[in-house]
Ligand binder design. Structure first.
Ligand SMILES: Cc1ncc(COP(=O)(O)O)c(C=O)c1O
Length: 398
């Protein structure tokens, strides 16, 4: 059986391996500087707080924010919940309306569904259908049409975790603001991969997380605009009043230090890394196209590069079941299939369904997430193994 040391990891949208430089930055905060950042009466607490505030500055600077606009959370799921539910709690009854998109992550869709159960009007916009070269993108005129009625919140992700589609967020924010709505974006898959600046995007709230950018799991952030005009939201957690009252709970100091180091490294390396990942991704796509008959690209075209994450590829292997293919490949490569296997009976991916794919095509789809530690040799091995496995399965099936 394959072991974690030998199986090639190409599931970097699910999570990433920690960069050794991130681990190095975190280690002293487990052993030497272990104080509670909220302890105000001794050096252990002061040093922990100093590290947290330095991390906050680093992370804020990386996205064009100020330190007081960054609130630490346990990850993007919490940040998305805090943004959506925190805004909703303050909305007057006359404007209980939210607009989002069918391809959002469940940590956005589920809180919105809850609002629907509480009487909110919830609009989930469709996306451009496959096989268009812009498949997965939101149509701006549909957004504008959906915003003719008074709306409290627009929530649109910056980059999609399955098909890598990068939404035209600055335009989306402009249309949202013209309609008087607040604009939230889930930028979990984008921060550290493509340039993200809260001023250029002009968003009011933005969620992101450390473990997608070679940082630790269990730590994330919510950007909340504090300038012209400041956004006010309700907390989800009440308690000690940490994070200026918005998010009670003892801060994860080593995690926050690692998060900042990971952001810093990703921003420093972004220009080179995105070219390298795009090349690897294109090598993978070209290799598979040449070696495997009957495959199609899911999501937007790979060109222009600005509409798709550099390390993302999502392919449908027609006539093959994705889960079965992955089981056949389990000793070679770690990937994920076009189904959300959160239950015993895996449902086809809601993102692929939103592109207009049939259940069968969605079930035959595989997501590739290339990352910092992948190499061209690994890509060649994966192409060869997939070609053999698809051929075997198609022969057995037919
Ligand atoms: C787009 C997107 N949003 C939110 C999340 C949730 O992030 P976290 O694991 O930090 O809660 C993920 C990761 O699974 C994601 O890809």
């Amino acid at each position: 059986m394959g072991s974690p040391e030998t199986v090639i990891y190409m599931d970097n949208h699910a999570t990433t391996r920690l960069d050794p430089r991130v681990v190095e930055a975190m280690l002293p905060y487990f052993t030497e500087i272990y104080g509670n950042a909220a302890s105000t009466t001794h050096v252990h607490g002061w040093e922990a707080k100093e590290a947290v505030e330095a991390a906050r500055e680093t992370i804020a600077a990386a996205i064009g924010a100020t330190a007081r606009e960054i609130y630490f959370t346990s990850g993007a799921t919490e940040s998305n919940n805090l943004a959506i539910r925190g805004v909703a709690e303050r909305a007057p009854p006359a404007s209980q309306r939210v607009v989002s998109v069918r391809t959002e992550h469940p940590s956005v869709l589920d809180p919105i569904e809850r609002l629907g159960q509480r009487g909110w009007e919830t609009i989930l916009l469709p996306v451009v259908q496959a096989p268009d070269t812009r498949a997965g993108l939101v149509e701006l005129d549909q957004l504008a049409a959906a915003l003719r009625a008074k709306t409290t919140l627009v929530s649109v992700m910056l980059a999609n975790n399955e098909i890598g589609a990068i939404q035209p967020l600055a335009e989306i924010a402009r249309i949202g603001h013209e309609a008087g709505a607040l604009v939230h974006t889930d930028a979990t898959q984008a921060v550290g991969k493509i340039p993200v600046d809260v001023n250029a995007l002009d968003v009011d709230l933005m969620s992101f997380t450390a473990h997608k950018l070679y940082g630790p799991k269990g730590v994330g952030a919510l950007y909340v605009r504090r300038r012209s005009p400041p956004i006010r939201i309700e907390p989800l957690l009440y308690g000690g009043g940490h994070e200026r009252g918005l998010r009670s709970g003892t801060l994860n100091v080593p995690g926050i230090v690692g998060f900042a180091r990971a952001v810093e490294l990703s921003v420093q390396q972004m220009a080179d890394e995105s070219v390298r990942l795009r090349n690897l991704r294109d090598q993978l796509y070209r290799g598979l196209l040449a070696a495997v008959p009957r495959l199609t690209l899911n999501g937007p075209a790979l060109d222009p590069p600005a509409q798709r994450l550099p390390g993302n590829l999502n392919l449908c292997f027609h006539g093959v079941d994705g889960e079965t293919l992955l089981l056949n490949l389990k000793d070679v490569v770690a990937l994920s299939a076009g189904s959300a296997c959160s239950s015993a009976n895996p449902e086809p991916s809601h993102v692929l369904r939103a592109l207009g794919l049939s259940d069968e095509a969605a079930r035959g789809s595989i997501r590739f997430g290339l990352g910092r530690f992948n190499t061209p040799e690994e890509v060649d091995r994966v192409v060869q193994s997939i070609a053999e496995a698809v051929d075997r399965l198609r022969t057995m099936g037919g």
